[in-house]
Ligand binder design. Structure first.
Ligand SMILES: O=c1ccn([C@@H]2O[C@H](COP(=O)(O)O)[C@@H](O)[C@H]2O)c(=O)[nH]1
Length: 271
């Protein structure tokens, strides 16, 4: 999906919500454990109940890799279900990959060609040659970790290197890479106070913003400092939506939570 197609969907649905599909078998309703593929059954029910309220889904691959081959098959079934039934939905593989060039090429093939995701999250730590293989893919996005939502972000990302914070170096340097138009960036909702400065460096790039909901990030603050003329934001919530209920009404409860966030987004867009 192109950036322009994503913007069109956001405007049509009045939503820039991304729902995180982080499936933990210890947290899903017990009756699903009796089905053939509990992870896919859970995802399908959540997707069916919420797809009209969001523009993107973000499975974090850790939650699938943890269950071995069955987990990976459930991930594959989930992305296929989305691509076949909801091609208008933007998909993000939150895999946080990045390695030497030839290995990164294989990661890119796995997520873009084989699985068919629109985007993948990538760590910038190994530099240009570790990211450019992802950027080579036309109409696919590479979402670079810039300033993450966790406390550990302060260990390295905000430290000054050569007179500038490391996350700013990531933003500025990555802009010079070939096919940098295919870049988006992760900025945690818990770091909203950094967004004004971030927007000075990357005024138009899309940001994937996790941390609203369970991590306590504030949607209004993120929008105040991070929104662009083309919206420029995908706000992710995972646990806050998908685990709204542990009972048989889990999909309905997820839809209620998603609807509340979508209504807030609609009001922000109307301002
Ligand atoms: O800086 C980051 C980067 C990625 N994440 C991921 O987003 C979701 C957040 O889940 P919640 O349940 O809404 O807290 C999860 O997959 C993280 O691994 C992040 O939180 N922060």
């Amino acid at each position: 999906m192109t950036t322009q197609q994503l913007v069109t969907q956001i405007k049509k649905k009045q939503s820039f919500l991304c729902i995180g599909l982080d499936v933990d078998l210890d947290k899903i309703p017990k009756h699903l454990l009796e089905t053939e593929d509990p992870i896919f059954a859970f995802n399908k029910a959540v997707i069916d109940a919420t797809h009209h309220l969001c523009v993107a889904y973000k499975p974090n691959t850790a939650f699938y890799e943890a269950y071995g081959i069955k987990g990976w098959q459930a991930l594959e079934k989930t992305i296929k279900y989305l691509n076949q039934n909801h091609p208008e939905i933007y998909t993000i593989a939150d895999a946080k990959r990045g390695d030497i060039g030839n290995t990164s090429s294989m990661y890119a093939k796995a997520f873009f060609d084989d699985l068919g995701f629109d985007s993948v999250t990538v760590a910038p730590y190994m530099g240009k040659d570790s990211v450019e293989p992802f950027l080579d893919f036309k109409d696919k996005h590479t979402i670079l970790l810039a300033l993450t939502s966790n406390k550990g972000a302060f260990d390295f990302q905000t430290k000054t290197v050569d007179g500038k914070e490391l996350y700013k170096q990531v933003l500025e340097t990555s802009k010079t890479w070939e096919n940098s138009q295919n870049l988006m960036y992760v900025v945690g909702a818990t770091k909203a106070e950094y967004l004004a400065e971030i927007r000075q460096i990357i005024p138009n790039s899309f940001l994937l913003v996790p941390g609203v909901g369970a991590q306590g990030g504030n949607l209004q603050d993120v929008c105040k400092y991070g929104m662009t003329d083309d919206i420029g934001l995908l706000i992710n919530s995972s646990r806050g939506i998908i685990y709204a209920s542990k009972n048989e009404d889990f999909a309905e409860a997820a839809a209620k939570k998603a609807s509340a966030l979508q209504s807030e987004m609609k009001a922000i867009l109307a301002k």
